[in-house]
Design a protein around this ligand. Structure first.
Ligand code: G
Ligand code: G
Ligand code: MN
Ligand code: NA
Length: 253
């Protein structure tokens, strides 16, 4: 398969690029950090979004190597921004195979040292699907990352199963409310109630809440009323290449 062949070659050909989407504090509009989102500049095909190649990379066993590149690139960028006086956290997405890979912890520890990263500034987002195979094992790996000081979030929260059952046992710092909830809070009161309930529960458990896919001021206002902590979405910015992200981060506000 062409796609498979090209994907295998893409890492050495340096065809991957990280885009950055800002996250904004609900309280004062301050930028709390960015999420790194991978793109593939595939020659003759243009920019390929992750949905089109991450699942393939997982199947082909390439995701660990690709994910290592993402983590290192994020650390490198954080150090570069820090050297320009911009202290921003960067969140990377982890596939389940990365979380369970035996070398992850050493690798992350090494990168944090090599780039002089404050560990809490490196955020990692995992989905509930990591709990499917062996929940105890997943919890063990999450705890090891927490022990390094890395900040952990449950991504796409509310779309997997067992969310509530596992939430209190997971050594994580935040949940990211899935975009599908946010889309409906302004039009569907029951969806809004559900959101408010999840936010209150998360806070009771000592977890921060990030709302994903915030696109309108109405959604922002509703979420502010629910005491959501952080917003991410097109209302603030789409994911940007590093130059645009740097400009966005350094703009006075
Ligand atoms: O970036 P987009 O805006 O299209 O992201 C689509 C999906 O791809 C999201 O679910 C996101 O979590 C996932 N994704 C983006 N970058 C990465 C990455 O570096 N690693 C993994 N595992 N998933 C990613
Ligand atoms: O990792 P995660 O599944 O959260 O990836 C975020 C995905 O959501 C990326 O594909 C990103 O481009 C997309 N996204 C971010 N903000 C918005 C938004 O406001 N609206 C929509 N439709 N998608 C968004
Ligand atoms: Mn994410
Ligand atoms: Na998501």
């Amino acid at each position: 398969l062409d796609l498979e062949h090209d994907l295998r070659a893409a890492l050495t050909a340096q065809q991957f690029e990280l885009y950055y989407q800002p996250k904004v504090a609900a309280s004062d509009g301050r930028i709390t950090g960015v999420e790194a989102l991978i793109r593939w500049n595939r020659p003759d095909h243009g920019l390929i979004p992750p949905d089109r190649f991450i699942p393939l990379a997982e199947q082909l066993g390439l995701i660990v190597e690709m994910g290592d590149w993402v983590i290192e690139q994020a650390c490198r960028q954080m150090a570069a921004w820090a050297s320009e006086g911009m202290l921003v956290s960067i969140a990377v997405n982890l596939s389940p195979a990365q979380l369970s890979h035996p070398s992850l912890i050493d690798r992350v520890a090494t990168l944090i040292k090599a780039y002089s990263i404050r560990p809490g500034m490196l955020h990692m987002e995992v989905t509930e699907s990591m709990m499917l195979n062996d929940p105890e094992e997943a919890i063990k790996h999450l705890q090891a990352l927490r022990d390094l000081g890395v900040t952990l979030s449950i991504d796409d929260f509310g779309t997997g199963y067992s969310s509530m059952a596992y939430l209190k046992r997971l050594p994580v710092n935040k949940i990211k409310l899935d975009r599908s909830f946010i889309q409906q809070i302004a039009s569907d009161p029951r969806e809004a109630d559900l959101c408010a309930g999840i936010i209150a529960l998360a806070h009771k458990l000592g977890l921060g809440v990030v709302a994903e896919g915030v696109e309108t001021q109405e959604q922002q206002q509703i979420l502010t009323g629910m005491e959501c902590d952080v917003f991410q979405g097109y209302l603030f910015s789409k994911p940007m290449q590093v130059a645009a992200a740097t400009e966005y981060l350094s703009a006075p506000r």
